[in-house]
Design a protein around this ligand. Structure first.
Ligand code: 6PG
Length: 259
């Protein structure tokens, strides 16, 4: 009989996107400070624009370089179908704003090969790479210590989009859905892998996300449940700025205002 681990959700609201970046960097570095190796701390970085501010903030923290190099195995929760030097590459953004400035050792960085000509084969390869590095829990699924995620206005997360995440095999840990909105394939952690992690940090900023965030966090009876609302890790922490949190009904969702 499998024992279900209770899932915890926290919602933290920061006064600005800059304060959110500082808070996210502190949460991540605090977790690394208390982590005892081995095993190394397995992190998956998210894509899009929001992480840039967190990377920039982390790159200014003196202790970050040693913490990453001594304690971390670094992965990516998704990647676009582009080469690493493309400005749309999630790895390329991390390399520019985090890996380079912190002199992160290449051997601890596990990038998805977005340039792969066969996305499904690359998804399978990346799953094998994850299994070779990240220790599996009793359920046989590699257990990440921390998965960073963003959320799109349509409720997508990683590269799990409303119109295509149903089409991927639920048992596959890494998938290669065709993303209509992008007009291309992407490679992404599947919900099975995300929800097996110890902690997810959702980073959501800006007024454009407020309407969807209300749906995801407050729920609506009989409404469509977007992929972001299906994320339930052991601990799921939503880090929001005030604009993104502006439509949340505080009677339904408990929120901690971070000063
Ligand atoms: C990607 C991301 C995606 C992103 C959201 C939010 O590769 O695009 O993984 O899920 O996190 O679209 O993106 P922004 O941070 O740019 O709003």
């Amino acid at each position: 009989m499998s024992v279900s681990i209770p899932t915890v959700r926290e919602v933290l609201v920061y006064r600005s996107a800059e304060a959110l970046a500082e808070g996210a960097a502190s949460l991540l570095l605090d977790a690394l400070n208390v982590h005892v190796v081995p095993p190394r701390f397995a992190i998956a970085l998210s894509g899009g624009d929001t992480p840039k501010a967190i990377y920039h903030t982390m790159a200014k923290r003196q202790e970050a370089s040693a913490l990453f190099n001594e304690k971390v195995e670094l992965f990516f929760s998704d990647e676009r179908a582009v080469p690493p030097d493309h400005d749309q590459s999630n790895y390329g953004v991390a390399r520019k704003y985090l890996l380079g400035p912190l002199s992160i050792r290449p051997e601890i960085v596990h990038r998805i090969q977005g340039e792969a000509t066969d996305p499904a084969a690359e998804a399978a390869r990346y799953e094998r790479e994850i299994r070779g590095v990240v220790k599996a829990a009793a359920n046989g699924i590699p257990c990440f210590d921390l998965v960073m995620l963003g959320m799109g206005e349509d409720g997508h997360t990683a590269s799990l989009f409303p119109d295509s995440y149903h089409s991927v095999p639920a048992a596959d840990l890494v998938v290669a859905p065709f993303v209509t909105a992008a007009g291309s394939y992407r490679i992404s952690f599947n919900l099975s892998l995300i929800n097996a992690s110890r902690q997810v940090l959702f980073l959501v900023a800006g007024a454009k996300k407020a309407h969807m965030l209300k749906k995801v966090l407050c729920g609506e009876a009989n409404a469509y449940i977007p992929p972001a609302a299906k994320v339930k890790a052991e601990r799921t922490v939503w880090l929001l700025d005030a604009e993104a949190a502006s439509q949340l009904d505080r009677r339904i969702v408990s929120v901690k205002e971070v000063s």
